[in-house]
Design a protein around this ligand. Structure first.
Ligand code: 13P
Ligand code: SF4
Length: 309
């Protein structure tokens, strides 16, 4: 077996040879984040992919993120370490019922979270991420009925924050964030009195009600670093600990173990490994392949979101 440092060197050499950019989500293993050209939340990574002008994008995240990068770069090669790295939200939202909804309600506005398949994106009017969902919903004329999909916790959070009445919400959930309970959070606060709570909006309403701050992964990191507090209970995937501990080594960050796995990890995100990353750069496989017509239709709602700034 090759030592991790050997693999890291191989990855860097392949990256240069392929004129590749390595994009990594905050939920990736630390050794992958350390090799990346950019680490970010789903909105930041979509922007990086849009602005890329090299040859190959190696996307270390989950498949819907890599598909978004491909839709923004139809002529470029986009590879992923593991093609099976999905997301429970994508899986909760097949395209057929969305097409049927569109036919029944042609005047409704479909706002899709970026955690959707390319097919669902193609049926959507505008996309959003956890960072900009409130602004996206505010950008839609108030007389229009919205279907927000697929994350129900994010949808209800946006509905509460915007006061939007005419908003229907799909019933998808994140298998990581939705499983943390307010009881477990209260227990953690009992163990760490005085700690502040930063939560991702995919968490349940009860958990969000206890949060001092709600935001995307990158926004949570920025907030914890800038806040004068010393201790934080962080209600998102524990991959963000890598940036938090590097940027604020004097602060303490606590994560809540999920009762199923006793960890705070996304099983889809954690399918990616350094070995698989090296192999995908070497073989240029697994590759994201989407029909040109599908990419053209899925691009419109992505561009509308990115144009909002
Ligand atoms: P971000 O928008 O914060 O990157 O979140 C994506 C995600 O999948 C959270 O579980
Ligand atoms: Fe999907 Fe949840 Fe994993 Fe994010 S943490 S990729 S929403 S399953």
């Amino acid at each position: 077996m090759i030592a991790a440092t050997g693999i890291a060197e191989e990855i860097l050499a392949l990256k240069a040879e392929r004129r590749a950019i390595l994009l990594a989500h905050h939920y990736q293993e630390p050794e992958i984040q350390d090799l990346a050209d950019a680490v970010g939340d789903s909105l930041e990574l979509a922007r990086k992919a849009r602005d890329f002008e090299g040859g190959v994008i190696a996307f270390c995240g989950v498949r819907f993120m890599a598909e978004t990068a491909k839709i923004l770069n139809p002529e470029r090669i986009v590879v992923v370490p593991d093609a099976e790295a999905s997301c429970s939200l994508v899986e909760s939202c097949p395209v057929e019922p969305i097409r049927a909804y569109r036919r029944r309600h042609p005047d409704h506005v479909i706002v899709s979270y970026i955690n959707t398949s390319a097919e669902v994106k193609a049926e959507s009017d505008i996309l959003c991420t956890s960072r900009n969902a409130i602004n996206v919903v505010r950008s839609i004329p108030s007389d229009k009925t919205i279907l927000f999909l697929p994350d129900s916790n994010l949808g209800h959070y946006v509905k509460r924050e915007t006061g939007r009445e005419n908003m229907r919400i799909w019933q998808g959930l994140c298998i990581v964030h939705a499983t943390w309970t307010s009881r477990r959070l209260a227990q953690a606060l009992g163990e760490h009195p005085g700690a502040l709570v930063a939560a991702h909006p995919e968490c349940s309403r009860d958990v969000l009600a206890m949060a001092d701050y709600i935001g995307s992964t990158s926004s949570i990191i920025d907030w914890c670093i800038r806040h004068p507090g010393r201790e934080f209970v962080v209600m998102t995937e524990s991959g963000v600990a890598h940036s938090l501990e590097r940027l604020a080594p004097d602060k303490r960050f606590w994560f809540i173990p999920n009762e199923n796995c006793n960890c705070s990890e996304c099983p889809y995100m954690k399918r990616n490994t350094l070995e698989k990353l090296r192999d995908c750069l070497l073989r240029l496989e697994p590759r994201i392949e989407l029909a040109p017509e599908l990419m053209a239709r899925a691009r419109l709602p992505i561009d509308r979101m990115l144009a909002l700034g």
